[in-house]
Design a protein around this ligand. Sequence first.
Ligand SMILES: *[C@@H]1O[C@H](CO)[C@@H](O)[C@H](O)[C@H]1NC(C)=O
Ligand SMILES: [Ca+2]
Ligand SMILES: [Ca+2]
Length: 317
Amino acid sequence: MVLMQLLWTVAICLAVTVAVPTQEKRVHHHSDLSDHVHDDTHGYQYDHEAFLGKEEAKTFDQLTTEESKERLGKIVDRIDTNGDGYISHGELHLWIKHRQRRYIEENVNKHWNEYDLNKDGLVSWEEYKNTTYGYYLDEEFDDVEDKASYKAMLVRDERRFKGADGNGDGIATKEEFTAFLHPEEYDHMKKIVVAETIEDIDKNGDGLINLEEYIGDMFNPENEESEPDWVQTEKKHFEEFRDVNKDGSLDAAEVTQWILPGEIDHADNEAKHLIHETDTDQDERLTKKEVLGNWNMFVGSQATNYGEDLTKRHDEL
Ligand SMILES: *[C@@H]1O[C@H](CO)[C@@H](O)[C@H](O)[C@H]1NC(C)=O
Ligand SMILES: [Ca+2]
Ligand SMILES: [Ca+2]
């Protein structure tokens, strides 16, 4: 009995976890502050990467507790830009935002040299095209179906590249290339992100997403498979929330609201979180003493890593 119930629970959980990502996969969030799950009961890696940036967090992981605390103290002075001896929410928010920005930059830098073939510090459309599609567009690449889909992707990439390339000279600066790779971070690229999504889902080519197309993007019934409950929920969702003007289809404005919702500000949330966990006298700002008193939430060290390993091992049992 108990086992059956357990199996059922697992089955239901699986159904839910399968359902949510299909619908969610279209939604573009700002990149998160860390790839780690934010769960402080399992260690502070998320907080460390948010507070320090990914690379810097790794450096701290090699330090002793004393070194780590000492460097943290210096960082506190840097965050306190108005020098009043307190870290306000505004100061911490700005600091984390700058770290986040660096995270995106690091991501672009990782690929930059592959694309910048002639090493002139710029990436032309042709350089990008050759690097990404060179092989597939080659005469000898004769998988016709794949070739067609690569060609379609090429057309899409070219439009996105042109959108990111502000002055239209076919050559991207690093900033422009960042907009190309991370369009959801840039207001002027949002139209293109929406257009790409509509093209993916719009099967009859009218430039709108009707209910059938919307569901078809998430659910492909196999044979006689009966419709799962979450599909009903999604249909309701479409009618009640997504199709704001109730004309039966989603236009660009409605798709924008869906896939680029009023943004979650991860940096703001993280600043609030760190202050909430650290502010012992509850005056809503942090002194250096408070930060150092809760140092292992902000930065790592060899000592905290050891602790996290123990937690992991415990979980696996
Ligand atoms: C891209 O590839 C073509 C064909 O191989 C070549 O002629 C052209 O010079 C390449 N362009 C760049 C910028 O590498
Ligand atoms: Ca349509
Ligand atoms: Ca305080």
